[in-house]
Design a protein around this ligand. Structure first.
Ligand code: BV8
Ligand code: ZN
Length: 253
C-alpha cells in the first residue's frame, strides 16, 4: 500500500518544534546488520541468557567477549544507509531533535547525527568490569587475550547495557523528559519489546505527540502510532523528509 499521511497530521508534523526519534535494530538491517527478532534474528541463533546478561559474562567471559568482538567487526565494516542519512536531514529540519537509539553499532554517529543518546550503550568502547576505565574496542581487539585484562586486575567487557542491567546514568530520565515534551515522536525499526526503551513511545503518545512508526511489520507499540509507514526505513524515512519539505515549501507560498 503506498505511503500516506493525511494533511492535518502532516501539518502538525511540519510545524512541530520538537522531534524525538527512537531507533532499533531495524534501521541497521539495510546496512547488513542482523536484527534480534523475526526471521533470521540474532536471538534465533543464540540465547539472550548465554550472551547478553552480566551472569553470562561472569560465567563465560571469553565466549561472550568473542561474540561481541565478532559483532563489532561486522558493525565496523557496515556503512550507514539511506535511513540513517534521512535522520541526519530530519535533525536539520526541526529546532530541537533528540535521536535516541537502542542500537550499539554507532551508525547514527557515522552518518553525521549529532548528540545521539545511546540507551543501551555502544560497542565502540570496552569498559573494565571492575574500575570502569574505557578503551576503544578497536584497541581491545588488538590485545591477544580475550577479554583483555585491565591494569587494575579486572577484565574488560563490552560497554553495552545487558538484560537485567540499568540504562546509563541519566539516560532514561533524559529520554523520558524529551518524549513527554515533543510534538512528534518517530519510532523506527524496533519491535517495541524491550523495556524501558519501548515504553518511551507510550510516554510520547500520552503526552499528545504525533507518533509515527516506521516498520514493515506491526510491533508491540503499533497501537500507539497515529501513522504506520509500513516500509523499510531506507524507503520510508527519505519519503517522510520529502513530505515535510514539500509541505513547508507550499506553505511558504
Ligand atoms: C532494565 C544491548 C531495570 C546489548 C540490549 C526479567 C528480569 C530482568 C529484566 C526483565 C525481566 N523482564 C523484563 C525485563 C526488562 C528487560 C526486558 O525488556 N526484557 C524483554 C526481552 C522482555 N529489560 C532490561 O533488562 C533492561 N534493563 O530493565 O533495568 C532492571 C534492572 C534489574 C532487574 C530488573 C530490571 C535492559 C535492556 C537492554 C538490553 N540490551 N542491547 C546488545 O545489543 O547485544 S536490548 C537489544 O534489543 C538491542 O538493544 C535491540 O535494539 C533491542 C530491542 O530490539 P529491537 O531494536 O527492537 O530489535 P528487534 O530485532 O527486536 O526488532 C527489529 C524490528 O525492526 C522488527 O520489528 C522488524 O520488523 C523491524 N525491521 C526489520 N527490517 C527493517 C525494520 N524496520 C525498518 N526498516 C527495516 N529495513
Ligand atoms: Zn580496571
Amino acid at each position: 500500500m503506498p505511503l500516506h499521511i493525511e494533511d492535518a497530521l502532516l501539518e502538525r508534523i511540519a510545524t512541530a518544534e520538537r522531534l524525538v526519534v527512537l531507533t532499533g535494530a531495524g534501521i541497521s538491517a539495510e546496512s547488513g546488520l542482523g536484527t534480534f527478532r523475526g526471521a533470521g534474528g540474532l536471538w534465533e541463533k543464540v540465547r539472550i541468557e548465554d550472551f547478553a546478561t552480566p551472569e553470562a559474562f561472569a560465567r563465560r567471559p571469553t565466549e561472550v567477549w568473542r561474540w561481541y568482538a565478532e559483532r563489532w567487526r561486522g558493525m565496523r565494516a557496515a556503512e550507514p544507509n539511506p535511513g540513517h542519512r534521512a535522520i541526519v536531514r530530519l535533525q536539520a529540519l526541526f529546532p530541537s531533535v533528540l535521536v535516541m537509539t537502542q542500537n550499539i553499532d554507532g551508525l547514527h554517529q557515522r552518518a553525521g547525527t549529532k548528540n545521539v543518546l545511546e540507551l543501551h550503550g555502544g560497542l565502540r568502547c570496552a569498559r573494565c568490569a571492575s574500575c570502569s576505565r574505557r578503551m576503544p574496542m578497536d584497541d581491545a581487539l588488538a590485545i591477544a587475550t580475550d577479554p583483555p585484562p585491565c591494569a587494575c586486575g579486572g577484565i574488560y567487557r563490552p560497554d553495552v547495557v545487558w538484560f537485567g542491567e540499568l540504562l546509563p546514568e541519566g539516560a532514561l530520565e533524559r529520554a523520558a523528559a524529551a518524549a513527554a515534551a515533543c510534538g512528534v515522536f518517530l519510532t523506527v525499526g524496533t519491535s517495541g519489546t524491550v523495556m524501558p526503551a519501548a515504553g518511551l513511545i507510550g510516554v510520547a503518545a500520552q503526552a499528545g505527540a504525533v507518533v509515527i512508526e516506521v516498520n514493515p511489520e506491526p510491533s508491540a507499540m503499533s497501537g500507539f502510532a497515529h501513522i504506520n509507514l509500513d516500509e523499510a526505513a531506507g524507503i520510508a524515512l527519505p519519503w517522510l523528509v520529502e513530505k515535510i519539505e514539500q509541505w513547508r515549501n507550499r506553505s511558504r507560498g
